[in-house]
Design a protein around this ligand. Sequence first.
Ligand code: GDP
Ligand code: IMO
Ligand code: MG
Length: 425
Amino acid sequence: MPVTILVGTQWGDEGKGKATDLLAARSDFVVRYQGGNNAGHTVVAAGELLKLHLIPSGILYRHVTPVIADGVVLDPGVLLQEMDALEGRGIDTSRLKISGNAHLVMPYHLEIDKVTERYLGKHRLGTTKRGIGPAYADKVARIGLRVQDLLDPSIFRQKLDVVLKEKNLLLARLYNRLPMDADKIAETYLTHGKRLEPFITDTGALLYQALREGRNVLLEGAQGTLLDIDHGTYPFVTSSSPVAGGALTGAGLGPREVDRVIGVTKAYVTRVGSGPFPTEDTGPAGRRMGERGVEVGTTTGRPRRCGWFDSVLLRYAVRVNGLTELFLTKLDVLSGMSEMRICVAYEYEGNCYDDFPPHQTIFHKAQPVYEDVEPWPEELDGVERFEDLPAAARKYVDRIAELAAVPVRHLSVGPDRRQTLAVPG
Ligand code: GDP
Ligand code: IMO
Ligand code: MG
């Protein structure tokens, strides 16, 4: 059963790019299964720093076939730019495979994302404004255009004309924007389509066949559990399903292929955009995490909100994803804190919740119940073995594993591929 699913356990930016790059060494295929270029995954290896948005983080290895699967929404112009940028740095992108079933992010999706956010005013979600929500909305409404439509210009044009009629009414009448021109959109997209044609294939069939031949497949999640459309902090979520179940629908594989589900977990918590965040710390401790962890959005450049480690969220992620192990990142960022704590439960109106609360109001108003933990002054970025970590840092990791009831198997102490420790036990 050689499929491994890798998911974020928080609100994204847990270090999935780094974890995927590391695990890709032993994978034949690395697959993005949902989201679009709202994602920003950073890989640091062999002196290269890569910021990837659509291309799977396994791209650096020559033996890996990177796959953009059915569940992704794809902006073809952005993808081609990303491919060109990688090629410009000597990274071969010719092995990339793209599902014909993936939906296209269209120019009107970007515009609608922008104007609806503006329209929501102080109630806005703080989206990445990459057109992701409107593209998924059209997919579900069955008026989306797909990658395979790029291969048939007359079908593409027919579908575009139908959809654009409605979108232009919406843009012009409700949002006071200029209507969009179908000729221009068709020309741009069909030109992109010609360049992408050699990469488009039935990725579900490809992966199924590879698995029958004993190959290893790594499914790389974007965003995180708490941003999931069904299981996240709705409505402050993204419009896809980053959780392990979404990995299967997104890639088109069945559950019996999977033997590992890895939860990437940051040693503290961050969030970009609006929405509740019980352990957020807007004081000096949170600022220090943000500065040492360079917590600035990879996609939008927005500062990320920072806060204490939250084991209620982690237990929830264990449950929702069926996690078999944890990949704990950015422990090095916490060195030298004057005091430290972990959230073990929430309190609301005299009740204690050690599992994710069943109602949004409780989560919005929850007060974290903290347990103090011992800080450590030593820097960790040069540590090469788990045993060589300061005792307090080891205790922190052990406590997280204990609270999650799932083992930590990898521990990251810096952005580079080499700054990763195997955790014994
Ligand atoms: P992703 O969206 O989950 O792939 O995460 P991002 O790449 O958006 O954000 C994680 C950031 O932390 C990136 O800049 C990584 O290079 C960096 N990073 C990953 N792991 C570590 C770590 O263990 N320590 C430090 N200091 N930085 C890390
Ligand atoms: P990676 O893969 C962090 C957040 C946005 C916003 C909400 C909805 O790098 O972890 P959207 O544009 O998706 O409609 O925005 O989701 N968001 C992310 N936050 N990391 C991401 O991706 C994110 N992708 C979307 O900030 O709050
Ligand atoms: Mg990111």
